[in-house]
Design a protein around this ligand. Structure first.
Ligand code: MF3
Ligand code: CO
Length: 249
């Protein structure tokens, strides 16, 4: 069942979203050549503490960090490390879940280190276009798979592929609630969108094959063929007046 959030739940998620978006704005100046992904994770974790957000990833299924930081061919769930040092040309995706008074929001943003290549620029842009298109489809009365279909169409028309192994999801008191929101599928299926539903929409896309390989750490998920991967995410509320993005400043 897709839970409908009441006014007070939505207020909490909105507060969490604004604060988290603020932090992911601030982190930009830390995503530079020579920084380690662990330093970036520490910055975000500290700022979350300062601003009263709980880092929901920490402790989730044994995960030890506040964020996932995924570089280049890593799609999602990159584990922050003092061994991963950013270099010019890196494409960095940062994904974080924060909660305020027990209500979660989930968001991811991408960053460029120094000068990046043309494919990085393109895959980043296409992932953002897919998210923007998906958000436009968060309209009362639409069906869930209209979102999935919209994402797939936007990505494949640019010659990229959508990852099948992971999906977006409902979100609220739990980081992952019903429904699953795949990034592919035919339109017109699944639950009807209703006011008060809150959805974490996250196109995950690849330059070539959509097959995934999970590394020995049990988390880091790369493209199996080593192609570049894009990911961006927002938490969005269905209202009777169109989509409301909760994870923006
Ligand atoms: N933000 C991720 C998601 O959308 C969660 C990462 S898994 C965790 O599902 F262990 F880091 F929490
Ligand atoms: Co998510």
């Amino acid at each position: 069942m897709v839970l409908i959030k009441n006014k007070s739940a939505i207020e909490k998620m909105h507060i969490a979203g604004k604060l988290l978006a603020q932090i992911l704005h601030e982190v930009k100046s830390h995503v530079v050549k020579g920084a380690t992904t662990l330093q970036i994770d520490n910055f975000i974790e500290n700022r979350m503490k300062d601003l009263g957000l709980k880092a929901e990833c920490k402790g989730y299924a044994g995960y030890k960090y506040a964020t996932c930081i995924s570089l280049n061919d890593v799609i999602v769930h990159g584990v922050p490390s003092d061994k991963i040092v950013l270099k010019s040309g890196d494409f960095v995706k940062i994904d974080v879940v924060g909660s305020y008074k027990n209500y979660c929001v989930d968001m991811a943003r991408f960053f460029f280190v120094g000068n990046v290549g043309p494919v990085v620029k393109k895959i980043a842009q296409v992932s953002q276009n897919a998210l923007d298109k998906a958000i436009e489809l968060v309209v009362e009365g639409n069906r869930l798979s209209d979102i999935s279909f919209g994402i797939q169409k936007e990505v494949e028309k640019e010659g990229f592929n959508v990852i099948r192994k992971f999906a977006g999801h409902g979100i609220g008191k739990d980081m992952h609630e019903e429904p699953d929101i795949p990034n592919y599928g035919k339109a017109g299926c699944g639950p009807v969108l209703r006011e008060g539903m809150t959805l974490a929409i996250e196109p995950m896309i690849s330059e070539r094959s959509y097959l995934v390989e999970v590394m020995e750490d049990g988390w880091t998920a790369k493209t199996a063929d080593g192609g570049l991967a894009g990911h961006v995410e927002d938490t969005v509320l269905v209202t009777n007046n169109g989509p409301q993005i909760l994870t923006r400043i």
